[in-house]
Design a protein around this ligand. Sequence first.
Ligand code: CA
Ligand code: CA
Length: 418
Amino acid sequence: MKMIRPSFQKLMMVSAFATSIFLTSCSKNDINSIDAAPGTSVTESDNSAPAGTQQEQVIPGQYIVEYNDNALNTASFKDEMSYSEISAFVREETNSLLQASKLTDVAISNVYSSALVGFAAKLTNDQVATLKNHPNIKSVEPDRIITLANIKTNSVNLSGAQAIQYGTTRVGSGNGVGKRVWIIDTGVKLDHPDLTVDQSKSKSFVSGVTSPTDGFGHGTHVAGIIAAKDNGFGIKGVAAGATVVSLRVFDDVGRSATSWIIAALDYASKNAGANDVINMSLGSNGSYSLDNAVIKAANYGGSTGKGLLIAVAAGNSSVSSTTTSPARVNHAKVFTVSAMDINDNWATFSNFGTPVDFAAPGVAIVSTYKDGSYTSMSGTSMAAPHVAGLLLLKAAAPSANGYVKNDPDGAADKIAHY
Ligand SMILES: [Ca+2]
Ligand SMILES: [Ca+2]
């Protein structure tokens, strides 16, 4: 179906991943052609720099602070209070702690109440030292800003009957209507005709940006793989017709910060329902706070068992995913996903290693796009949402069907299946 030139794999690898947060898709200028379904035509759109040339840099004076697990016992009243009430409580307690510690002029940019409990703030070196020594503080980590290059796309005009994509066929699909996925990404095109977006719950965590729509062109693609409607046109998602919530953490030029991503996890933890799913087709080099926020989201609800199921992209740097957050998180409800092609062959850009739970299709995937149309993209960003769709359908770990070929770590990943 898709013709891939030999240069493909090399071009996927441009990421300076060791020092980057990434959106785990790659440029598609390497895809020679797309044999689209009947009634389709293919056009090239090649007006951007290669994806993967992202940079991650510390934001001077900006930190993510986490409380010890029982310092502010928000879990004990999380069911009685609204998200804004519980957030206000953490802000109040934080102000009290800062005052008691004689820390003045601290600008708090985020408070976290429902995944990890803590805050993000501007701090001087002396203030950081004081907080690190405070008995109620577990960690103080520099916040980082992440800048992405544009993503190249091959736009696909799906003007005929609905075309079932190979990835959906390979992993299996079902009726997702009434199920709900929270997508932490560049936003989602809110009125794409092939998607059902819950606009009231969707939210931007980007500083100075209020709209949760997709200004960059990545999150809408992820959304379609998971949840495109079974409606006779366009494509069909793995959990077709599931409701999408856009949690936007990248701005129009592809910039994010670790503190924004944690804010999105925090919001989802409190507001999601039982058996909801989070998709994270993003990552960075190791971040203790980001890993911890994912673990806390997966544990949310504790013995009541609500805890969210989370699909995470392994990353695109051909390295062990043990170097990558949150891909390296090992948790029964967190599923790290490597990428393969239409023939079950390993996508050589994909990260590997023991954190990987499943392989899924991630090469030349056609899905919904930010302008309301359809496009092809490649990356572990496209593999993770196949697994997110299965998590929605099963409310549990996917089954498996076969093993990926040529897995570089010598332990072939199971291929996710309904
Ligand atoms: Ca459709
Ligand atoms: Ca493996």
